[in-house]
Design a protein around this ligand. Structure first.
Ligand code: NDP
Length: 337
């Protein structure tokens, strides 16, 4: 077992802010990025928690990303808001475009936000949860780098291409799922490699295209999609609609742009917002049908997605600290030396 350290929440927040500010991020990007990675850390989503700060800082140190970029929000069409992140990170670009997306969804029943030219390294659930908090149904998706082989293939072509969905529920937390279309998130494989943990069979191929459970061999080889040909097709959909459809890069193009730096993926993101009131004005019937569905899941002993995450959040807030890998904390502290 690797050494861990219990870090009080205010200390962890200070560390995240210090890492970003010390590395040239402006106050707005610092707040938006820190809020997102700290929320993931509180929810025990460690692969998208403070660990992400290393890649985020590296992308700026390599001269690829701009920690002071001012996102440009463009009223593109009745149902489309475009946000040019101008080479900055996605959390601030999302925040800046959100009010216009919400307004368009409320007026037209459905609207899309296309974020372009952004570095995206964070979890998607904080974004769709923001839509659900506005009583909107939310969907978000983004490519990454060409790390995932298509089903039946051997070479990385797709990104880990996460897809997140939120459904608002009356008087309780929304139904939310958020998953990579790869068998496992790349951040988890990176953490496994750092801690010498074996992968599960079916997650990855080595450089020669042979199945491997070695995390380092997987990072050099290719990851596999979840669900065989179905995950592969879903990954293709995300490449298309969050890439060429919005005039931005595919995961393979993002990898070329990176030119071997191994930095954060640079591409676009598509976020859809649907106003339930525009589709089925009878809220009682709609909500009752949805709740029957959720009850039907839970009654069988299954759980809803996000249940673990929210339980972890409650535990974190009760503890007042998070348990973090000690070597990671040391590495972050070195970024502010
Ligand atoms: P997981 O497989 O850990 O979880 C996927 C979803 O399924 C979660 O909503 C999870 O809820 C839910 N879930 C897990 N187990 C069960 C179960 N037994 N029953 C019901 N629901 C369950 O996610 P991934 O590893 O695929 O992805 C992790 C994160 O990585 C995501 O937040 C994603 O956005 C992010 N990511 C970001 C990328 C980027 O480019 N920015 C690229 C790829 C991934 P719960 O959390 O409660 O367990």
């Amino acid at each position: 077992m690797s050494e861990t350290r219990d870090i009080p929440l205010d200390e962890l927040a200070r560390l995240a802010h210090a890492v970003l500010r010390h590395n040239g991020f402006d106050a707005e990007h610092t707040r938006a990025i820190a809020d997102t990675v700290l929320a993931a850390e509180h929810d025990a989503c460690h692969s998208h928690g403070i660990y992400r700060l290393i890649g985020i800082v590296q992308a700026c140190r390599d001269g690829l990303a701009n920690g002071c970029a001012a996102p440009d929000v463009i009223d593109h069409a009745a149902a489309v808001v475009k946000v040019d992140a101008q080479g900055g990170f996605s959390p601030l670009a999302f925040e800046r475009g959100l009010p216009m997306l919400i307004g368009k969804a409320r007026r037209g029943g459905i609207a899309a936000m296309a974020i372009s030219r952004c570095f995206h390294l964070t979890a998607l659930w904080p974004e769709v949860e923001r839509l659900a908090a506005e009583q909107l149904v939310g969907l978000a998706m983004t490519p990454s780098h060409a790390w995932v082989a298509p089903f039946g293939g051997k070479r990385g072509l797709f990104g880990t291409n996460p897809l997140a969905f939120a459904w608002p529920r009356p008087d309780q937390e929304p139904y939310v799922f958020d998953f990579a279309t790869s068998a496992i998130a790349r951040g988890d494989i990176e953490l496994d490699a750092r801690e010498d943990r074996a992968l599960q069979p079916g997650w990855a191929l080595d450089c020669a295209g042979a199945p491997t459970t070695d995390a380092r061999a997987a990072l050099e080889g290719a990851m596999l999609p979840f669900g065989g040909h179905k995950g592969s097709a879903l990954a293709t959909l995300i490449e298309l609609v969050a890439g060429p459809l919005i005039g931005d890069l595919t995961s393979e193009q993002s990898q070329h742009f990176d030119a071997g730096h191994g930095a954060a993926p640079f591409h676009g993101e598509l976020i859809l917002a649907l106003d339930p009131a525009a589709f089925a004005p009878d809220t009682t019937d709609r909500d009752a049908a949805a709740e029957r569905l959720f009850d039907g899941i839970v009654e069988q002993g299954a759980r809803l997605p996000s249940q673990r995450r929210r339980a972890a959040r409650r535990q974190t807030l009760a503890n007042g600290f998070v348990r973090v890998n000690a070597a990671l904390v040391d590495e972050l502290n070195r970024l502010i030396d």
